[in-house]
Design a protein around this ligand. Sequence first.
Ligand code: SF4
Length: 197
Amino acid sequence: MRVNETFVSLQGEGRFTGTPAFFLRFSGCNLACPFCDTKHQSFTEMTEDEIVREASRHKPRHIVITGGEPALQLTQSLIDKLHEAGFFIQVETNGTLPLPEGIDWVTASPKSSPVREDLKIDELKILYMGDGCDPERFLESLPQRGSRRGLVGFYLQPLDTGDEERNRAILRSCIDYILQHPKWSLSLQTHKMLGIK
Ligand code: SF4
């Protein structure tokens, strides 16, 4: 498997913000979003067993599998092996590709395309890009079934433009939007605010 990086940190975003976790970032993505801030292209080859061994060396038993787009490489056997090793498995996906069964928590962060109809997701995390942004459009195309628990999290995450003034304007606009559309909650990239990975 092509692994971009692994590390231990706190989950910075969404429902599990603050949770200690082992991060597995797969290399490669099927989309090419102009605002992508993840350098996921480089990789080291690792077998499934090497990944499980590396994850198990650390104390957290929450694993965040991300990318790039993890669905390009994620296999049922890796999910099963991680479960056997005692992990709670969270996957962060752009929602355009199928995923293996049994994932404990699926965070879908759709970009240009909607979440595919057969995907069971637990939380939806939309990048909020400023005035005129319409996150509700992702709800129209969203399958209503969700996972075992049902879809429980609706998050808007202000886009990080790299420009402080613009970021402040986007954050203000995002908060206004949420106050008018209270189905949504704010998700901040707390790892960036804390200066951790
Ligand atoms: S889906 Fe995510 S990882 Fe892929 S290009 Fe878009 S922002 Fe980057």
